[in-house]
Design a protein around this ligand. Sequence first.
Ligand code: NDP
Length: 247
Amino acid sequence: MSKKLEGKIALVTGGSRGIGAAIAKRLADDGASVAITYSKGSDAAASVVKAIQRDGGKAIAIQADAADAEAVKAAVEKTVAAFGQLDVLVNNAGTAFPKSFEEATPEELDRVININIRGVFVATQAALKHMKSGSRIIMIGSAIGERVAAPGLVPYAATKGAVKMFTQALAREIGSRGITVNNVQPGPIDTELNPAAGDWAVPQKAATALNRYGHVDEIAAMVAFVAGPESSYVTGANLTVDGGMNA
Ligand code: NDP
């Protein structure tokens, strides 16, 4: 039986660790050839590529800081040059500077905006130049983009709220091209950005209905569904995968 994403080409930004690495591996398992970007972790990116190749898949890693528009555009072009087309873009690269809003520096505000919003705009624009009917644009927003349960994440929440409305607005604008745009919104997922061990994790875990952190594969599963043929009538949707945190 052919795999669901056989013949498809996917680009996952920030695919060297955490949620992005799990998404890249899952899309490759489903048959896609995958390009990942990273900013600093070339060894981690290379190990994701190796893991995919070991399982018989095709993958490449491209260094491209999401805050650097030229690098992001070049990453899209390199993906198309390597694999011939682009069918799925996963805007996963993102960051946060947890602290009181009044203590956030202008540099931190610029960085979180440039990575979480501007990087998403630039990658999406570049990808759309190559996308045909049936293609998929998938954001990794956040459950915090809809409801904020704790202090310390004001600029981050604002950027993820922007990602949510970007998704809805773009879905309206490009629906006539047969391209869907969706926003997967994780709750607390155990990664280096949000480790399940530590003081910061206690209230997050308690806020979920399932009383646990999520696993990166639980986000990758939703992304695989949205990337695949069965989600053909899903667009402009905010798909929250948060163990019931926002329930
Ligand atoms: P991690 O910090 O664990 O991993 C981030 C990944 O993105 C790494 O591969 C990293 O590569 C890459 N990355 C970071 N900054 C940049 C950049 N400027 N340009 C390109 N790549 C970059 O994060 P998570 O996996 O936890 O988060 C992934 C996404 O999920 C983010 O958008 C985050 O906001 C979102 N999210 C996460 C939640 C969680 O609880 N973990 C909850 C809700 C949303 P490198 O090491 O090279 O920088």
